[in-house]
Design a protein around this ligand. Structure first.
Ligand code: AQP
Length: 344
């Protein structure tokens, strides 16, 4: 759609990304998002990370207690994964009114045809589109508002969110063009590393997801060591030994997935892992992976449960983050309203 369009150098680099508090965090969220956020926060670029609670209600809007719990647990997950709330801005979306306000304006910029092409809409609404919420359909316009409300230039996401960032670029371009301004940056999706698409442990063609009905399909960040080891032991594989070169993973999605998970957890490339484990059977590789996963994830789940014992502290971190977020968002929102022509 908008490939090749560069962010104007007039915009200072700023990172924005969000995660929905729609259930327990998975290894996919950790490797595709949280770990990368933590690894990148020392690069000197201002980073804003959001618990997108307004997005979480596009699917379920009848369980206030669960939403509050999930939002706090997600914040605990960010911190336990190494995201420092002093260095980065950590907050929940509903505490900054500009998200909903700009989201509405972008509902009026985005075209129905653009939204109908979104694969997440098609996947999540399924066959029963008449019964899906209007919010689920408008989800990508709100995500565009999340990013552009901060004039963010870079959006680290997993593969599955690339199309939404491309739509954000289209919305920014159309707004700038229609009003004859160079006001919104054209943000870049940042999709890097070996785990940009962690797959289900039961089906190598499906994304690992917190809403998958099968708990065995995913590793939750709250799983204990036994659960992690047992899920890896039972993960679907094929009967062949592991290859020593990447070509040997062709047509073997489950093998590729386990190798990629190992590589991402151990900060290695796929090639490095294959050169070490090539020729091994899964009966030998799975225990290696389970040991590594437990060693990396247990401290995170331990820290998450420690933080969850003090919800007031988590709420204070989110409130402070929201104040810092509003300091950036408010002038951008004000200027947007002026550009659109709202009398105030
Ligand atoms: N399996 C995955 N592999 C790599 N990255 C992933 N992400 C999610 N799953 C994987 C990345 O995590 C960030 C936050 O995602 P989200 O929770 O806001 O929404 P999602 O992509 O819809 O994640 P889920 O787990 O599939 O949630 P549900 O089941 O509620 O829809 C994003 O950067 C995403 O790319």
């Amino acid at each position: 759609m908008t490939e090749g369009v560069q962010t104007s150098p007039a915009f200072k680099p700023r990172v924005f990304s969000g995660i929905q508090p729609s259930g327990g965090l998975t290894l996919g969220n950790y490797l595709g998002a949280l770990k990368r956020f933590a690894d990148s926060q020392n690069n000197g670029v201002e980073s804003i990370f959001c618990m997108v609670d307004l997005h979480a209600i596009t699917n379920v809007l009848n369980d206030a207690q669960a939403l509050r719990h999930n939002t706090r647990e997600l914040c605990a997950g960010f911190i336990a994964s190494g995201v420092d709330p002093e260095k980065s801005i950590l907050f929940n979306q509903s505490q900054v009114p500009g998200h909903a306000e700009l989201g509405w304006i972008f509902n009026c910029v985005a075209r129905m045809g653009w939204m109908q092409r979104m694969t997440q809409w098609k996947d999540k609404a399924g066959k029963n589109t008449q019964n899906a919420s209007l919010g689920l359909f408008a989800y990508p316009a709100l995500m565009a508002a999340d990013i552009l409300l901060y004039h963010a230039t870079h959006v680290p996401v997993g593969e599955d969110q690339k199309q939404h960032v491309e739509l954000t670029r289209d919305i920014a371009l159309k707004f700038n063009h229609d009003f004859g301004v160079d006001f919104f940056p054209i943000p870049e999706p940042v999709i890097e590393g070996t785990a940009t698409r962690v797959m289900s442990l039961r089906d190598g063609s499906k994304k690992m997801s917190k809403s998958d009905p099968s708990d065995a399909s995913r590793i939750n960040l709250t799983d204990d060591a036994d659960a992690i080891a047992s899920k890896i032991r039972k993960a679907k594989t094929d009967p062949d030994a592991l290859p020593s070169e990447a070509e040997g993973l062709e047509g073997r999605p489950e093998a590729r997935n386990l190798v990629n998970i190992y590589a991402a957890l151990n900060d290695q490339t796929q090639a490095q892992v294959l050169s070490e484990v090539g020729g091994k059977q899964f009966s030998e590789f799975k225990p290696m992976l389970a040991e590594l996963a437990v060693a990396k994830l247990s401290p995170i789940s331990g820290e998450m449960s420690r933080l969850m014992q003090n919800p007031d502290e988590i709420d204070a971190i989110l409130r402070r983050g929201a104040e810092r977020a509003r300091e950036i968002a408010d002038p951008i929102m004000k200027r947007t309203l002026d550009i659109v022509g709202m009398v105030r």
